[in-house]
Design a protein around this ligand. Structure first.
Ligand code: ARG
Length: 459
């Protein structure tokens, strides 16, 4: 197939270079966006009278026919076309003849590709928003039924203080809410039209950039044509927001992997989300969270690739930018499938072992702070109380007993302010209940937050 630009050259491209240069095998994903962009551009050329209304009609009908053929599986864009933009133009000319050659009036592939990826990314971000809301809802459902389930809380992976399991799960809803806010921000910078910037300098053809922007649902237009064809910040922002989202998914993945070990035994996987081993008959493997944790690396890698792609690239469009597509395509696909998998896992994939959870908070020292706070309640300075309890923990460890096993006389030996009611404060359920500061794990706080999220997520 002769290249659009072949008249300028004497010889054909080297076959490897031709393949090397082409982006059609991946940018054909943009076909619907490219058609949409071209239809808006053709309409605009009609409005500004650059093309006659019959020419516009022919072009638009031709583009619509390409869409139908594509959706019916009768047209499959691919080599030897160089990219999706040339591919559609060639196809259009094949369908409607000479008039098809007028479509590219007053535009360049540089503003065209920028428009296409923005349209594609905008739609992806909207889909991702819906997926994140579904995941938040599944965390909330699990939280609703586990307000009074206790789970050890950790810092440094050491037992710290017991928590309401719902409080732990609500923490993920908060992270996901920040992810949603970030995507919303990114979307506002995706939703700007570069169309009409042409190659880099604008055009002498009479165009109406506001018309095409409105047709394509863009909020505003780029003010500077050079910036319009050179900006890939929004791709980096999208992958950056996605990298953070993946960090959240890999955090809960890691927790689930730990929870279902024999060592923790806080939960078990249901058959819906677990896989067996080819060799060891007893195994039930957490492949789903492991895969999510593993896929996090891909998204981080895409972020690094894009940051490096733009580094030191002079204005304006450079072919380096063709490398923007695969990272954003793979990022969108990876995060969408990970969020869906996590939603299934949270909805139907794990069953908490309530008995093990409550046993584990009964049998540790995670109520030690409460002993210190008990003394604080009797006007003992916190630092003094803290040191008293430190000695008590040491005393218990030497005797292989827990704080609740100490006799009241022993308590009093450590500090005269201790009384019988200290045993009430030591109970894990009371430990949790009493953390009633705003945003704390106290049941009243958690219930309030569950209700808040029910309203916010319309559950
Ligand atoms: N396939 C190209 C890309 O993805 C389209 C723009 C090409 N522009 C050019 N001046 N060579 O970036």
């Amino acid at each position: 197939m002769a290249k659009v630009w072949s008249k300028r050259f004497d010889n054909a491209l080297d076959p490897h270079i031709e393949k090397f240069n082409a982006s059609i095998v991946f940018d054909r994903k943009l076909i619907l966006e490219d058609l949409e962009c071209s239809i808006a551009h053709a309409k605009m050329l009609g409005k500004t009278k650059v093309l006659s209304s019959s020419e516009v009609l022919q072009i638009i009908n031709g583009l619509k026919l390409i869409k139908v053929e594509y959706l019916e599986g009768k047209f499959f864009p691919g080599p030897p076309s160089e990219d999706i933009h040339y591919c559609i133009e060639e196809k259009l000319i094949g369908l409607i003849g000479e008039t098809g050659k007028k479509l590219h009036t007053g535009r360049s592939r540089n503003d065209q590709v920028g428009t296409d990826i923005r349209l594609w990314l905008r739609k992806e971000i909207d889909n991702i928003e819906t997926l994140i809301i579904d995941l938040q809802k599944s965390f909330l459902n699990l939280a609703k039924s586990n307000i009074y389930t206790l789970i050890p809380g950790y810092t440094h992976m050491q037992r710290a203080q017991p928590l309401s399991l719902a409080h732990h799960l609500l923490a993920y809803i908060e992270m996901l809410q920040r992810d949603r806010e970030r995507y919303k921000e990114v979307r506002s910078r995706v939703n700007i039209s570069p169309l009409g910037a042409a190659a880099l300098a604008g055009t002498k053809i009479k165009i109406d950039r506001h018309f095409t922007a409105a047709e394509l649902g863009f909020n505003k237009i780029y003010k500077n044509s050079i910036d319009a064809v050179s900006d890939r910040d929004f791709c980096i922002e999208f992958v950056s927001a996605s990298a953070l989202l993946m960090s959240h998914l890999s955090k809960i993945s890691e927790e689930i992997i730990l929870w279902v070990t024999d060592e923790f035994s806080f939960a078990k996987l249901t058959d819906k989300c677990a896989t067996g081993s080819s060799l060891m008959p007893q195994k039930k493997n957490p492949d789903v969270p492991e895969l999510i944790r593993g896929k996090t690396g891909r998204v981080y890698g895409h972020l690094q690739a894009l940051l490096t792609m733009v580094k030191g690239v002079p204005l304006s469009y450079n072919k380096d930018f063709q490398e923007d597509k695969e990272p954003i395509f793979d990022t969108a696909e990876t995060i969408s499938s990970c969020i869906k998998a996590m939603t299934i896992l949270i909805n139907d994939g794990i069953e908490f072992n309530i008995k093990n959870l409550s046993d584990s908070v009964e049998n540790d020292f995670s109520n030690a702070t409460d002993l210190a706070d008990y003394l604080v309640g009797k006007d003992v300075p916190f630092r003094t109380a803290y040191q008293v309890v430190g000695q008590m923990v040491k005393y218990c460890l030497e005797r292989k007993i827990l704080l609740k096993n100490l006799k009241i006389e022993e308590f009093k030996k450590f500090h005269p302010e201790f009384d019988e009611d200290v045993f009430v404060d030591l109970k894990p359920v009371n430990v949790v209940k009493s953390r009633n500061s705003e945003g704390g794990t106290g049941f009243a706080q958690v219930e309030k937050e569950v209700n808040n999220w029910k309203k916010r997520l319309l559950l």
